[in-house]
Design a protein around this ligand. Structure first.
Ligand code: ADP
Length: 269
C-alpha cells in the first residue's frame, strides 16, 4: 500500500469523485454525464472533467465544442504558480444543463488519431484541476479513461478523492477488468462507492421480453460482487441516439428506466 500523505485537497470543491471502468465502451462517460446532470437538477453546483484523452466523448454527449471552450485567456500556467492564478486568467469551463464542463478533448482534435503519452495525461489532468475557473463546487466528477494507467495514477497519488464509481457491463470479461480498476482504487485508499451495471438487459420493443445482451457465466466471482450496486441500467437504443445528439437520458427521456436508474444512482453518491 502506498502512503498518500502528500495528497492535496481541492479547496474549491466539497466532494470529488471519479468514474472509472476496466474496459472502454461500457458506458462510463454516459454514466458520468448523467450523474452530473442529475446532481445539477437537484440544485447542486457540479463540475464535470472529462479526463479520457483516448476517447473524449463528453463534449459530444453534451453537444459542446472545443472552440467554445477556448474562450477566456486559456492560460495554462506552470504548476508552481497554480495557486496564484487569478480566476479571470483561468480557462473557462462551458456550462451545459447546469454543469460546468471541461474536457481534455477541448485540447486535442476530435478526430486526432494520436492520444497524448500517458505521462502527459497526468500533467494535463493536474492543469485542468488547477487552471480551470471551476468556482465553488458541491461536486467535481472526473471521467477517467478505462484501465489503470494515467491520469488515474497521478490522481490517486496527488489528489484527495472522496470516492470512485465503477461502471461495468454484466459481461464476465468487463467485470474482471473492472476488478483491476477496483484494486487500483483500493491500493490508492480511494473509497469505492459502488458499481453501476450498464447495458444490463434489453426490453424487446416487439415482444416485451427481457433479453440478456452479454454472456455472463458468473463463474468468475470477482471482488465487484462485494460492492454496493448503485444501479442497473438497461440497454436502450434511444438513449444512445439522444446521447449522440448531445442530450443525456436524464434530460431527453426522464421517464425511461435508463434515466430513472441514473437518477437513483445520483442519489447514492
Ligand atoms: P465508455 O465511456 O465506457 O467508453 P460510453 O459512455 O462512451 O462508454 O458509451 C459507449 C456507447 O454506448 C455510446 O454510444 C453510448 O451512447 C452507448 N450507451 C451507453 N450506455 C447505453 C445504454 N444503457 N443504452 C444504449 N446505449 C448506451
Amino acid at each position: 500500500m502506498v502512503e498518500h500523505t502528500q495528497r492535496a485537497r481541492l479547496d474549491y470543491v466539497n466532494t470529488v469523485f471519479v468514474v472509472g471502468s476496466g474496459k472502454g465502451g461500457v458506458g462510463k462517460s454516459t454514466v458520468s454525464v448523467n450523474l452530473a446532470v442529475a446532481l445539477a437538477q437537484r440544485g447542486a453546483s457540479v463540475g464535470l472533467l472529462d479526463g479520457d484523452a483516448y476517447g473524449p466523448s463528453i463534449p459530444l454527449m453534451l453537444g459542446v465544442r472545443k472552440r467554445a471552450a477556448s474562450q477566456g485567456t486559456g492560460a495554462v500556467l506552470p504548476l508552481a504558480e497554480r495557486k496564484e492564478i487569478a480566476p479571470e486568467k483561468k480557462l473557462q469551463p462551458l456550462l451545459r444543463y447546469g454543469v460546468k464542463v471541461m474536457s481534455v478533448g477541448f485540447f486535442i482534435g476530435e478526430e486526432q488519431a494520436v492520444a497524448p503519452m500517458p505521462d502527459v495525461l497526468g500533467l494535463l489532468i493536474r492543469q485542468l484541476l488547477y487552471s480551470v475557473n471551476w468556482g465553488e463546487l458541491d461536486y467535481l466528477i472526473i471521467d477517467l479513461p478505462p484501465g489503470t494507467s494515467e491520469p488515474q495514477a497521478t490522481l490517486c497519488r496527488e489528489v484527495q478523492l472522496d470516492g470512485a464509481v465503477l461502471v461495468t457491463t454484466p459481461q464476465d470479461i468487463a467485470r474482471i477488468d473492472t476488478s483491476k480498476a477496483l484494486t487500483m482504487f483500493k491500493n490508492g485508499n480511494v473509497p469505492v462507492l459502488g458499481v453501476i451495471q450498464n447495458m444490463d438487459g434489453f426490453m424487446c420493443p416487439h415482444c416485451g421480453e427481457r433479453v440478456e445482451i452479454f454472456p455472463q457465466s458468473r463463474e468468475a466471482r470477482v471482488q465487484l460482487d462485494d460492492l454496493p450496486l448503485l444501479g442497473r441500467i438497461p440497454l436502450d437504443p434511444s438513449a444512445a441516439a439522444y446521447s449522440d445528439k448531445g442530450y443525456p437520458a436524464v434530460v431527453s427521456m426522464p421517464e425511461s428506466p435508463v434515466a430513472q436508474a441514473l437518477v437513483d444512482a445520483a442519489e447514492q453518491v
